[in-house]
Design a protein around this ligand. Structure first.
Ligand SMILES: [Zn+2]
Ligand SMILES: [Zn+2]
Length: 276
């Protein structure tokens, strides 16, 4: 508002005090003052009548005046640059026009910079809020989803988020919670999970097992060879033990056959040292 008053005041003051030539700059200055004043009045009226329907056409009027002021600024810039070499113009008028053009250019640059900063800030913040408090889209997609039908035997038939009963064909998402699987509409829980890393019912992290499984999978893959080796080692040990046992049994039974004892006695006798 201060700006508008000073622009209009300075324009009137300078133009009335210096009725010299310079018709182009005079026209530009008058029009510029009129546009600035009209725009600011439009904005003021709009903020007063904001909820009313009148503010719609006032908003359009302000937009139109803003566009006109921008175009007029370019005209002024051209005028001032064209005047630079000429000395016919009254210095006061020229200086005023130059000052206004510089001020408007600065404000334009500042508003562009501000808009850029706001855009960067909001886009950064939305990216931030997407990744930090909630669960990533990928992790949500990995949770089982299915279409609700009569074969769904779980007790919970109502979405705890929107409180409406499931209907056949609804896409549900299953959260693998420790206290039992919890079901929700996929749309409802996906929105929730993007902002909270927890089940809406039991507050458990639904990706906990997913992560654990992923770790286990990684371990399983890396230890597959080791596991195979262990198995074959175990198997060969079993075979060795069995061979040794049968060998011993054979020797014992041969000895017992010679002494007349029963084969069961041989088994009992060979099992004693293996236990001890
Ligand atoms: Zn729901
Ligand atoms: Zn749960």
């Amino acid at each position: 508002m201060m700006y508008v008053v000073s622009v209009v005041g300075a324009t009137i003051g300078v133009l009335v005090k210096h009725p010299a030539n310079c018709p182009r700059l005079r026209i530009w200055l008058w029009t510029n003052a009129a546009l600035t004043l009209a725009r600011s009045l439009g904005k003021m009226l709009r903020s007063v009548t904001y909820p009313n329907r009148a503010s719609d056409w006032l908003a359009n009027g302000v937009k139109l005046l803003t566009t006109a002021a921008m175009a007029w600024f370019v005209v002024g810039l051209v005028f001032v640059l064209a005047m630079k070499g000429e000395s016919r113009c009254d210095p006061a008028i020229y200086n005023l026009a130059l000052a206004l053009v510089i001020i408007e250019m600065t404000m334009l640059l500042l508003s562009v910079l501000l808009a850029l900063l706001i855009f960067l800030f909001t886009s950064h913040r939305s990216a931030h809020s997407f990744t930090v408090p909630g669960i990533s889209r990928d992790a949500i997609e990995k949770l089982r989803a299915f279409q609700y039908d009569d074969t769904h035997t779980s007790d919970d038939v109502t979405c705890a988020i929107c409180l409406s009963d499931y209907e056949r064909g609804d896409l549900l998402r299953e959260l693998p919670c420790a206290s039992g699987n919890h079901y929700f509409h996929a749309d409802c829980v996906d929105t929730w999970l993007r902002e909270h890393a927890s089940c809406p019912i039991c507050r458990e992290d639904p990706t906990y097992r997913q992560n654990a499984n992923a770790d286990n999978d990684a371990l399983a893959v890396s230890e597959t060879e080791a596991g195979n080796t262990n198995e074959s080692v175990t198997a060969s040990v079993v075979i060795d033990v069995a061979a040794a046992f049968s060998q011993e049994a054979a020797q014992n039974s041969a000895a017992q056959a010679a002494t007349g004892n029963s084969a069961s006695g041989a088994v009992r006798r060979t099992s004693i040292p293996s236990n001890g």
